[in-house]
Write a protein that binds this ligand. Structure first.
Ligand SMILES: [Zn+2]
Length: 324
């Protein structure tokens, strides 16, 4: 059929098939004749990225709905109640399976206590400890948070446009705990190359996104930062902080947890571009908190003496109103 070979070269062409083109991401050339595959939200089951468009056809890896693109354009894809029900059932089963796989993996991680091995490695590497200390993280905090060192962490360059490039680099490791269980370990890669592609990686991508909590007892506020290193820098100076994986890793499901736990929320992102500032304001809004931009990365500002802990404390007190 002729319609089977509609080449979709630009994301705007997707819109002609009634698809939300702004949410589609171009991916690798996948099939033998060199067609490109697009990933995006599924109009049937609502899955966020398992829906593929390639060579005039569509298919969803979540709900298995598939067919000829031209039918989408003509609106011939209305689901029967049976289809709707079976898609829903499949989605629930998949979700359950994923949950099980995740908790099995977390159980394995906790049995292996892998972060302890990395931590022991770091304690044997005085030069690396000095590096962290120069970055505002003293030995006391290294031990408390069981920060580690991995001399050959392997990772993929996700930004290499289809080509899966693999690198091996040393890395600092940050175990992330929830209720005394390790839920993932994040790496800070120590080489020049990842500066382009992001220095931080989770060791297990399938385990979901979490954040590092660095709480000083008896404080009623939390400073939310981009990354573990900044949160630990603040903690080392007596502030309570939480390190997100990044601006965009924030999940709206976390909001009730945060609100229940802290009275004041201070979002302290780098603010180096308007997108980040907008995200910080939006997050502050949702948490009834305050966003703060100090003209740089907070760890650098503190370590270079551009701002003192006392000055930051003054700003934090201002947000909290009168000290309790
Ligand atoms: Zn679907």
């Amino acid at each position: 059929m002729a319609t089977d070979l509609i080449p979709i070269a630009t994301s705007t062409e997707l819109a002609t098939f009634g698809l939300d083109s702004s949410r589609f991401v171009k991916y690798a050339a996948r099939d033998k004749i060199g067609g490109k595959e697009w990933h995006g939200p599924c109009p049937f089951c609502g899955g966020s990225d398992r829906f593929l468009v390639s060579n005039g056809r569509y298919f969803c890896r979540s709900c298995s709905k598939g067919g000829v693109l031209a039918n989408l354009a003509e609106g011939k894809v209305i689901l029967t109640p049976e289809e709707r029900q079976s898609i829903h059932k499949k989605m629930l089963a998949d979700e359950e399976r994923m949950k099980e796989a995740r908790s099995k993996k977390i159980a394995e991680l906790n049995k292996s206590e892998l972060w302890k091995i990395f931590h022991a490695n770091l304690l044997k590497a005085p030069d690396r400890i000095k590096e962290l200390e120069a970055d505002g993280i003293p030995l006391k905090v290294i031990k408390e948070f069981q920060i580690g060192y991995h001399c050959g962490f392997e990772y993929y360059d996700e930004n290499s446009k289809g080509k899966r490039e693999r690198f091996v680099s040393p890395a600092f490791t940050f175990p992330i705990f929830r209720n005394d269980r390790c839920v993932n370990i994040r790496c800070r890669i120590l080489s020049e190359k990842p500066l382009v592609t992001g220095k931080y990686r989770p060791i297990w991508t399938g385990l979901g996104i979490a954040f590092l909590i660095a709480e000083v007892p008896n404080q009623d506020y939390i400073i939310i930062t981009e990354g573990e290193k900044k949160a630990l820098n603040l903690y080392a100076r007596g502030f309570s902080a939480i390190g997100l994986w990044g601006v965009w890793s924030w999940k709206k499901e976390w909001i009730p947890w945060f609100k229940k736990r802290y009275k004041h929320h201070i979002i302290l992102f780098d603010g180096d571009n308007e997108g980040v500032r907008k995200a910080a304001r939006e997050l502050a809004n949702r948490l009834n908190g305050t966003s703060m931009f100090l003209g740089g990365k907070i760890d650098d500002l503190l370590n270079n003496g551009k701002i003192t802990a006392e000055q930051l404390q003054y700003l934090v007190n201002g947000v909290r109103g009168k000290p309790w």
